[in-house]
Design a protein around this ligand. Structure first.
Ligand code: HQG
Length: 180
């Protein structure tokens, strides 16, 4: 089985388009595990619950979680479908990081970080992670986010189950270019 392709398909289904395989998603983003296995099996006959468990366990970014009894599964972050992960607001550290690329810089410095189709702007706790996120698009550029200051001004921050910091938007005055 092509595990990378399968993980990508799961991300697509559980973050963006459960309806592609006629899956029902509840308001907190959960999909019935058996229904998901059945639906994916239809496309990839060797797929089964064991394969799904392997992907969830081995996912480098820990992109998915099972419910406590395993009957449901959801993506930990990255959704464009309107769901509520029911995360609690969390006090951020002084600084968080965002990895991007130079071609977006002018626009970001003018309008701030915007969430686009996703439900949140994604921020990282450490430089290395931000570097990797930026690298997906080319030569990475790192922005520092004055997260604590934003928090003091009333912006809400959340941490997903796989450690990604989330917030609604970052205004330009709270962004700085990180110089290596
Ligand atoms: C940019 C991956 C112009 C932003 C990663 C980014 C992450 C602007 C792109 C997760 C802008 C959005 C998310 C503005 C933001 N003008 N460009 N005002 N504001 N941008 O993919 O943070 O592998 O939606 O810099 O690890 O790159 O999917 O966000 O380049 O956690 O699990 O617009 O995706 O995780 O791109 O990545 P994305 P992201 P997964």
């Amino acid at each position: 089985m092509n595990w990378i392709k399968l993980e990508k398909s799961l991300s697509f289904l559980l973050r963006h388009s459960p309806e592609t395989l006629q899956l029902q998603m509840d308001p907190e983003g959960w999909v019935d595990t058996d229904a998901l296995v059945k639906a994916v099996k239809f496309k990839e006959s060797r797929f089964d619950l064991k394969a799904l468990q392997k992907i969830v366990r081995d996912s480098q970014k820990q992109r998915f979680s099972f419910s406590e009894d395993g009957s449901k599964i959801r993506a930990n972050q990255g959704h464009s479908v309107k769901i509520d992960l029911k995360l609690s607001p969390t006090t951020p550290p002084e600084l968080l990081y965002h990895g991007t690329v130079e071609r977006f810089l002018d626009s970001i410095m003018q309008d701030g970080l915007k969430k686009g189709d996703r439900q949140h702007v994604h921020l990282s706790l450490d430089l290395e992670t931000a570097q990797k996120v930026g690298q997906r698009r080319g030569k990475p550029i790192i922005l520092t986010v004055n997260a604590r200051k934003m928090h003091e001004e009333g912006h809400l921050f959340y941490v997903s189950d796989n450690g990604v910091w989330l917030t609604e938007q970052v205004p330009p005055q709270h962004l700085n270019l990180h110089l290596p």
